[in-house]
Design a protein around this ligand. Sequence first.
Ligand code: NAP
Length: 244
Amino acid sequence: MEKTVLITGASRGIGAACARRFAEAGDRVVINYHTSRKAAESLVASLTAGGAQALAVCADVADRAQVDAMFDEAERIFGGVDVLVNNAGVAQQKLFTDVTPAEWDALFGVNITGMFHCCQRALAHMIHQKRGCIVNVSSIWGMVGASCEVAYSASKAAVIGLTKALAKEVGPSGIRVNCVAPGVIQTDMLGELAPETLSALAEETPLGVLGSPDDIAGTVCFLASDAAAFLTGQVISPNGGFVI
Ligand code: NAP
């Protein structure tokens, strides 16, 4: 059955790959973006040219009023959201001792408070329908921690905690909540890493390569599908064997 799928941070990278996958499967996709309006609009144009139903909506997920307005727009155009993919995220590489309180708050605002806003808003419809699916994007660093990425690792560990607790709370309402914890994936997020660092990361990966956004989109779409009907509260980590 066709679903309405809202993907946060879908203008680029992993979120855009998820939008393409869901659209190919015939779902209606709401592509949230924050600053990359042109990229989001050109993604919508290419999806709709291929016959899909897609809509780009600007919202800073850290801002409750903007999240409310985004869901209002999605519901007006496509009806209630059946699948929420909480993908929007920001990273920071810095010594822990140099992280400012403002930087900490900003990172948590997007990576975890944004998820809180979007889940609360999506659940109103899902609980009413007695069905729905949420996929939260964490990271391997949320599982094992990364040096010089303490704030990022802590926020991504919080995503795992949110996923597990929420899965228990809303399971009786027929709603599944799962988490994808990607390994190192070639997107703009790796922009600041030197080519030697990227080669070293690929060498450390048993499968010998870095992941692609589509590798993660495949797992996200699986978790949102009926094939995953008995999966909830789980963390699936497509990482090429980097963390086993
Ligand atoms: P990316 O290419 O940098 O894309 C980040 C996306 O998040 C963009 O679409 C961006 O939107 C959006 N975003 C950022 N701040 C936002 C905000 N305040 N409100 C709404 N959207 C916002 O990153 P990516 O690699 O695809 O990452 C996607 C997710 O995967 C993130 O949660 C990230 O932590 C996680 N992840 C990535 C990797 C990796 O190696 N790449 C590994 C593990 C986990 P705009 O461009 O429109 O501002």
